[in-house]
Ligand binder design. Structure first.
Ligand SMILES: [Zn+2]
Length: 153
């Protein structure tokens, strides 16, 4: 049965390369949406698309870097001997791995950023205020009546 994406023969409907290509694409889309949930107004499709495009570019760069590394550590004679299908499979496997790694990094980065935001909200910068008597000397000079006590509280 031919691959439904690339028509490669005897692929059980989906060859390894196309399976990896689909996985990589799904990871890229998911990573883009994940990034958008935290960094874009979810009701603004233009902002969400911009974040998704940014993530796609970043993952594309990561895939290119991983593939270049793979080619460096792989003997070209081995790739030639393995044949174009095997090279395509290897390329797509590398792309899927790079996309998965990039998605994890994106998720971890977003999580760290979000946690920092939540920590900052829950625990505001500790600012030790000057004693009220120094900030409000004219009040400090006054005898404490009910009105002044109200100001301090
Ligand atoms: Zn295929």
């Amino acid at each position: 049965m031919a691959c439904e994406d690339c028509r490669r023969a005897r692929s059980a409907g989906l060859c390894e390369a196309c399976d990896h290509r689909r996985q990589a694409e799904a990871l890229i889309v998911e990573a883009g949406l994940l990034a958008a949930t935290w960094s874009a107004d979810p009701s603004d499709p233009v902002a969400v698309a911009a974040v998704a495009a940014e993530v796609r570019t970043a993952i594309g760069d990561a895939i290119a870097a991983d593939w270049a590394e793979f080619q460096q550590i792989t003997d070209p004679a081995d790739m030639t001997a393995a044949g174009p299908d095997a090279v395509e499979d290897a390329a797509q496997r590398a792309a899927t791995e790079a996309a998965a790694k990039a998605q994890n990094r994106t998720a971890e980065h977003r999580l760290v950023v979000r946690l920092e935001q939540l920590h900052a909200q829950a625990r505001p910068e500790p600012v030790r205020p000057a004693p009220w008597s120094r900030r409000l000397p004219e009040l400090a000079a006054r005898p404490l009546d009910g009105e002044a006590l109200g100001v301090i509280a």
